[in-house]
Design a protein around this ligand. Structure first.
Ligand SMILES: Cc1cc2nc3c(=O)[nH]c(=O)nc-3n(C[C@H](O)[C@H](O)[C@H](O)COP(=O)(O)OP(=O)(O)OC[C@H]3O[C@@H](n4cnc5c(N)ncnc54)[C@H](O)[C@@H]3O)c2cc1C
Length: 447
């Protein structure tokens, strides 16, 4: 399930539910969830362990905020629907709306994709700016309170009533409780909910884990104001190295090296340049060699594996609780999917609250989000299994799919229509089945 398969956000659909909702975690998935539950509940409390800045800033609680974040079109459209003016606000703060059809240099399988025939909007900014703009919109919601410097540590739970709130420590370490009709766990990949389920007599979800062992090293480079190029060269077998340059605010590029399966992205300057030079695209070496570095700091991030917690396969789940975003599934970041999947999770939460209220809630929600996660997971995992060192549950048909996609990509070096078809799937805009429509298959398979 992708953007095209889900009804757009419609605030007028919502009925009121008495009481409070609590969101755990004020990162991208938590903020999107805060918006949709604020339409429904009398009040919303968002509990976040970090101090929340009033300016765009990286955060310790989400260390990936120092690295480039591509916002796919499914995520941008959904955030725009939740927070009208979102894209304009990002652009006003220095972000850029580029045309991915013509301004993105995307290299894979030995060549660059041809320019596409249709405009493909792509909003570019730092992750800190995206989050800041969303957070400012949430701050404006009259019934939402952001409780920062507060650390959640347990759910309030009884077997008759399910989850009825949370326990947390405030900034001074005092223990507090807060009741709620619904708690949304958006605490990310290290979510405690699976352990909590286990400790409280529920089955914890099975975990699918695909090990790719990717490392990121990121710097910022000075960017001429008229240069809006996006460079994207993902690792592609047998090359275990990748690079991306994303134009962002303040006349900068975020420039990132990626290495997988033990070919670690370097953390010192000479090794950084050497690694970049080894990538078979001129700009990869040129940019860090020839542009000024904004600082000498190289941010490093190891990401061992994609994980997917199969909440959708559980038969029982406590009332009053759901999970969202990376806390359900966290994907190899090379494909830039996490913020968009978190936004689509929130969109599904919105529709479900409008349809059923809180009746039979969690398991229906998990089965719907599973359909969204499935496509993002397939894209990431199938591509990861193109490397023989990748381990984990391999989806059926992976090798055949990789054969077809590789052929499609090679054809797209000269065929802009195929670039368009491929990239709309990649952006979670269109379903992967659209790549198997006769018109596309004919173009891919022609000699
Ligand atoms: C290196 C890297 C690069 C990435 N690049 C992209 C990209 O290009 N595009 C993209 O869409 N996605 C990308 N992602 C994924 C993206 O960062 C996440 O999907 C996105 O942040 C949504 O995650 P989330 O809100 O579910 O969780 P997180 O961002 O992990 O946030 C969890 C929040 O919960 C808070 N928290 C945790 N525990 C507690 C607690 N006990 N009490 C209170 N608060 C708590 C944390 O402080 C944090 O704010 C990347 C990820 C990584 C690691």
């Amino acid at each position: 399930m992708v953007l095209a398969d889900i009804d757009r956000y419609d605030q007028s659909r919502n009925a009121q539910i008495d009481g409070r909702a609590i969101i755990l975690g004020a990162s991208m998935a938590g903020l999107a969830a805060a918006k949709v539950v604020s339409d429904v509940f009398d009040e919303v409390a968002v509990i976040e362990r970090d101090p929340l800045p009033d300016v765009p800033a990286t955060r310790d609680g989400a260390p990936q905020t120092s690295h480039p974040h591509v916002l796919l079109e499914a995520g941008r459209t959904t955030l725009e629907d939740f927070f009208p003016g979102f894209s304009e606000d990002v652009i006003r703060s220095g972000g850029l709306m580029v045309d991915a059809a013509t301004e993105m240099e995307y290299y894979e399988n030995g060549g660059f994709f041809a320019d596409g025939p249709n405009h493909l909007p792509m909003l570019c900014a730092s992750r800190a700016l995206f989050e800041h703009v969303v957070r400012q919109h949430v701050r404006e919601l009259p019934n939402v309170e952001l409780l920062d410097n507060c650390r959640f540590y347990d759910y309030l739970y009884t077997s008759e009533n399910g989850v009825t709130g949370v326990r947390y420590r405030d900034g001074t370490g005092n223990k507090k409780t807060l009741s709620a009709a619904l708690v949304v766990d958006a605490t990310g990949r290290t979510s405690r909910t699976p352990d909590w389920l286990d400790e409280n007599g529920f089955e914890a979800p099975d975990v699918e884990e695909v090990s790719i062992n990717v490392t990121y090293s990121t710097i910022r480079l000075d960017r001429p104001s008229d240069n809006r190029t996006v460079l994207f060269v993902p690792p592609s077998p047998p090359r275990k190295r990748g690079v991306a340059a994303i134009p962002i605010e303040d006349g900068q590029w975020e420039f990132i090296l990626q290495g997988i399966h033990g070919d670690d992205a370097p953390t010192d300057c000479p090794a950084f340049i050497e690694f970049a030079n080894s990538i078979p695209v001129d700009e990869a070496g040129q940019l860090p060699r020839e542009r000024d570095w904004v600082s000498d700091e190289i941010h490093h991030y190891p990401f061992p594996s994609s994980i997917r917690r199969r909440y959708d396969e559980l038969e029982e789940f406590p009332d009053g609780l759901v999970v969202t975003g990376d806390a359900i599934a966290s994907f190899n970041p090379v494909y830039g999917q996490g913020m968009s999947v978190g936004s689509l999770d929130a969109l599904l939460l919105h529709h479900l609250l409008a349809e059923t209220g809180l009746d039979e809630f969690a398991l229906t929600y998990f089965s719907r989000t599973a359909a969204v996660i499935q496509q993002a997971w397939q894209i990431a995992v199938v591509a990861d299994f193109a490397f023989p060192m990748t381990t984990g549950p391999k989806p059926l048909g992976t090798d055949l799919l990789n054969w077809y996609i590789n052929r499609l990509i090679r054809s797209a070096h000269a065929d802009g229509e195929l670039m368009d078809a491929f990239y709309r799937v990649f952006r979670l805009e269109k379903s992967a089945t659209s790549l198997f429509r006769p018109g596309v298959v004919r173009r891919v398979l022609q000699p």
